[in-house]
Design a protein around this ligand. Structure first.
Ligand code: GLA
Length: 352
């Protein structure tokens, strides 16, 4: 039997954090860092090996058994959520490799879930529409980690579009691509800080948002106005961030990259001051980037460490990156890692 291969990209969110679980808006890109799962048919069990030398996990074909404490949890989660949706328990053998940096806020786990879900579906000739696949992978992430995450990461890995950012309405799950001008470079810089406290703080922030919506008698903070949340910093972040996402998508479509950059920097300030999920190091890195000529910069993803994302002019990005890293290194003693990313297609084109 020939080996089959399935891929799914990581993502970086240009703007719109902690809005997805409030039924709000996000603007991520799927990036040219990906997870690849190769499979062969194999008996009754699912036997999965990491090509990066982190062992082997053997599970029942419905995800039962001991997944261990690492990446096996995601694999087990996917098998279980697909079984709930009717996938027949067909076994196979798989190997995983990934170029998405782990634990950096670039959704390495969503890339693994989506690539592995496609592999598991193919092995059992089980068809799942793209949106349902994203939901199954989101449920798998929750099972694996206990973190009540939103849908952005898994949907971006599936619906990614080459050379475009994805405006996602997290209530309707409509995905509306907005082209990235060729003159624009997207830069990701890892702060050298692992994401600490992120899981417990994520759940706490989400609960605060849901409590605010309930207090206001609304289905979700998506439905609140700036006036209604003026005295509540957490909710204020969500409402103002949704406005910034929509404005950024419009500006991107109009080719107004200066406005997109400004909105990104405003987003960082809101995540820092109102939502309080930044760290002094992430703040310094954002300042180093804008001080070095980036059009805008912000922390990206859940917060509390990991990466920041910046936009720069294509012909200036090398200098921005080198200068910002030097400033950050001398201010903090931490070693940043900078790399450019390009927007790529998702694991499957949307709508198929
Ligand atoms: C994590 C979650 C997403 C989203 C972001 C914050 O990446 O998985 O659903 O909530 O944090 O925007």
């Amino acid at each position: 039997m020939p080996e089959l291969s399935f891929r799914a990209p990581g993502r970086v969110n240009l703007i719109g954090d902690h809005t997805d679980y409030n039924d709000g808006f996000v603007l991520p890109i799927a990036i040219d860092r990906e997870c690849i799962v190769r499979t062969r048919p194999d008996g009754d069990t699912v036997r999965v090996r990491s090509r990066q030398g982190e062992g082997e996990v053997v599970l029942g074909a419905d995800g039962s058994g001991d997944a261990g404490g690492g990446w096996g949890r995601y694999v087990a989660g996917v098998l279980r959520t697909l079984a709930e949706r009717g996938r027949t328990a067909v076994g196979f053998e798989a190997s995983i490799s990934s170029t998405v940096p782990l634990g950096a806020g670039l959704s390495s786990s969503a890339a693994l879930e989506v690539a592995f879900a496609l592999a598991a579906c193919a092995a059992a000739a089980f068809e799942v529409p793209p949106l349902e696949l994203a939901r199954a992978c989101q449920a798998a992430e929750r099972l694996a980690t206990g973190v009540p995450c939103g849908i952005m990461d898994q949907l971006a890995a599936i619906a990614g579009r080459r050379d475009a950012a994805l405006l996602i309405d997290c209530r309707s799950l409509a995905v509306d691509p907005a082209s990235l001008p060729p003159s624009l470079a997207v830069l990701v810089v890892h702060s050298g800080l692992p994401r600490a406290l992120a899981d417990s703080a994520y759940a706490e922030r989400r609960a605060a948002c849901e409590a605010a919506a309930e207090r206001l008698g609304l289905r979700a903070l998506r439905d609140a106005t700036a006036e209604l949340v003026a005295d509540d910093p957490r909710a204020r972040h969500v409402v103002s961030e949704n406005e910034r996402v929509l404005a950024a998508a419009d500006a991107l479509r109009a080719g107004d990259v200066a406005t997109v950059g400004r909105l990104m920097s405003e987003s960082h300030a809101s995540l820092r001051d109102d939502f309080e999920i930044s760290t002094p190091e992430l703040d310094l890195l954002v300042e180093a980037l804008t001080g070095s000529g980036a059009l805008g910069a912000r922390l990206t993803g859940g917060g509390f460490g990991g990466c920041v994302v910046a936009l720069a002019a294509e012909d200036n990005v090398g200098r921005v990156s080198a200068d910002a890293c030097e400033r950050y290194r001398s201010a903090t003693g931490l070693e940043p890692t900078a790399f450019r990313v390009r927007a790529v297609d998702g694991a499957r084109p949307p709508g198929r």
